[in-house]
Ligand binder design. Structure first.
Ligand SMILES: NC(=O)c1ccc[n+]([C@@H]2O[C@H](COP(=O)([O-])OP(=O)(O)OC[C@H]3O[C@@H](n4cnc5c(N)ncnc54)[C@H](OP(=O)(O)O)[C@@H]3O)[C@@H](O)[C@H]2O)c1
Length: 385
């Protein structure tokens, strides 16, 4: 069997580490050809020793230390500049987008334009420019097989069914760290409190987004783009056990769901081996022990970020890019201890309200909106001090 040549963008993060774990189970099926990170030199070095990729990308400031360590055996590149060219090279079959944030947009587009199979965990790029990415994929024939567990569940629940029979999708939300905490206590939450996710072990940014439910809001927009749905066709349901990863409802009233233990290696492996299913080493859910599953309506007053994301999804155009950029700035400030938890929403909402959305935006419009939102968020932060 010809090995699939995999590029892992963001290999030092939570998704990246899980991706390499899946790959290490099947060395006869996969070859790692590119690893990239931002700042985590130590972990990247370990991964490079284990997987021996031909190419590695990292922030410019760290490149010299790595070059000295590996003395010409591996080619090193600047992660801030070279990713779009690297993912488009003929030596790459599949690109796992495990890096966080808007920085994934250019490599995503480039991989899609080059007709690669792309496995995105990253949702920010799809929120910003999903329509453009999907249009480019249709042109080039690139396959997009989602890694994000909810989108993977929808993808899997659509397999073997007629698209015209779909009524709507239900995205499940575990509810994050604050599901049961009264809103009156949200104002005093520390970074440490918010980073304790009850179900998933993830990077800091997405854990904060899960606590505000902005993550679910992003997934609403992501699902809309990936599966060509209207906003009204995307529903959100709280499901604290996080075992049903999402459902598709068909016009005859049937609902098809994907369930599995809460472990990202399952959707990652499915994206890497699609359409095959291989042993993952993980067991199914023990239904006898489980006994029951719970569901609830999301409380939009307690989690206004989800309501805002629905509103932005309806506006469309450049508004989702603005939502994402303002949120990236706000979450970074929160994680740095410079912004209170409740102020994340206030800042993002202020920026969104100031924005005049451009409909059917070009990539240039989207990037301009992203830059404008970041500048505006920083300006509002300074004013608030
Ligand atoms: N974790 C999950 O379970 C999960 C589930 C669904 C979707 N996702 C999505 O997957 C993406 C990654 O999430 P994560 O939890 O794995 O995040 P993470 O643990 O914070 O890892 C982020 C990765 O991206 C790299 N990175 C950060 N900023 C970068 C930049 N500007 N340019 C290039 N590389 C950069 C980091 O490098 P360094 O380590 O060197 O800083 C790291 O390798 C996010 O978009 C998230 O929403 C995650």
């Amino acid at each position: 069997m010809k090995k699939k040549r995999v590029a892992v963008l963001g290999s030092t993060g939570s998704i990246g580490i899980n991706t390499l774990d899946v790959i290490s189970r099947y060395p006869d099926r996969f070859e790692v050809v590119l690893l990239t990170a931002f700042n985590n030199v130590q972990l990247l070095m370990q991964q490079v020793r284990q997987f021996r990729p031909a190419k590695v990308a990292l922030s410019q400031v760290h490149l010299s230390s790595l070059k000295a360590e590996f003395k010409g055996r591996i080619k090193f590149f600047d992660v801030g500049k070279d990713l779009p060219d690297l993912v488009a090279e003929p030596s790459v079959d599949i690109v796992v987008l495990a890096m966080s944030g808007a920085a994934a947009l250019d490599p995503f587009l480039s991989a899609v334009r080059a007709g690669k199979t792309v496995a995105p965990a990253n949702k920010e790029a799809l929120v910003m420019a999903g329509d453009i990415i999907l249009a480019e994929a249709r042109k080039s024939g690139a396959k997009i097989i989602p890694v994000d567990s909810e989108q993977s569940a929808i993808f899997q629940s659509l397999e073997g069914h007629r698209r015209e029979d779909l009524k709507c999708v239900h995205l499940t939300a575990s509810g994050g760290a604050l599901l049961r905490l009264p809103k009156s206590q949200h104002g005093s939450l520390t970074v440490e409190d918010v980073l304790k996710h009850p179900r998933w072990k993830m990077g800091a940014k997405i854990t904060v987004d899960s606590a505000t439910l902005m993550n679910k809001g992003f997934e609403v927009i992501e699902a809309q783009r990936l599966f060509s749905l209207t906003v009204d066709q995307v529903k959100v349901v709280i499901h604290p056990e996080a075992l049903i990863h999402s459902l598709v409802e068909y016009i005859d009233g049937s609902m098809i769901a994907q369930l599995s233990v809460t472990d990202m290696r399952i959707p990652i492996q499915y994206a890497l081996t699609y359409p095959d299913r291989l042993c993952s080493g993980l067991n199914g859910i023990d239904l006898w022990k489980l006994k029951q599953l719970n569901f609830a309506v999301p409380d939009l007053r307690k989690f206004p970020s989800l309501a805002l994301a629905f509103e932005v999804a309806r506006i469309g155009g450049t508004a989702p890019a603005v939502l994402n950029a303002a949120n990236e700035v706000a979450v970074e400030e929160f994680l740095a201890g410079r912004l209170g938890f409740l102020k994340i929403y206030t800042l993002v909402e202020q920026v969104v309200l100031l924005h005049k959305s451009v409909s059917q935006p070009s990539l240039k419009d989207i990037k301009e909106a992203d830059a404008w939102a970041r500048e505006t968020a920083v300006r509002l932060l300074r004013k608030g001090k």
